[in-house]
Design a protein around this ligand. Sequence first.
Ligand code: INI
Length: 156
Amino acid sequence: MLHIKTIEGQLEAGGLKIALVVTRFNDFVVDKLLDGAVDYLVRHGAAREDLEIIRVPGAFELPLVCQKLARSGSYAGLVALGAVIRGATPHFEYVCAEAIKGLAQVALASGVPVGFGLLTTDNLEQAVERSGGKSGNKGAEAAAAMLESIRVLEQL
Ligand code: INI
């Protein structure tokens, strides 16, 4: 807006060390999220040697592992990638809630941006749509949000 100081993050990933924390659960979908996130970061200037992939069993494990990575001080940002599909589990709500709450806590407590790339869908079809299908790639979107957050925080 005219005459109002505005702070915006540039989508430039050069020089940033980034950890991508990725579930093995539903890997046929999650690997597509990973492809989208890596592709986005590299196309925005990240060096492949500055990216690290850490595999965890499932969505429930994402917060604890992200917490250790965030506390290490070694990463400018993290991208958490996974998929919880309702049809596959009676405890869908619990797994989603703990993962979402935990990842938010990690970001707030550490000050390290965590891109939220955890799909929570009713069925497999919706998960496929969001991992490179007609609804885009939520892994790339999570990487973009993390990158923008890093660059905004640098200016505050
Ligand atoms: N983990 C997922 O990442 N996605 C799922 O859909 C899922 N389901 O369906 O249960 C899931 N469960 C495993 C959970 O995240 C833990 O890995 C497991 O309970 C061991 O702690």
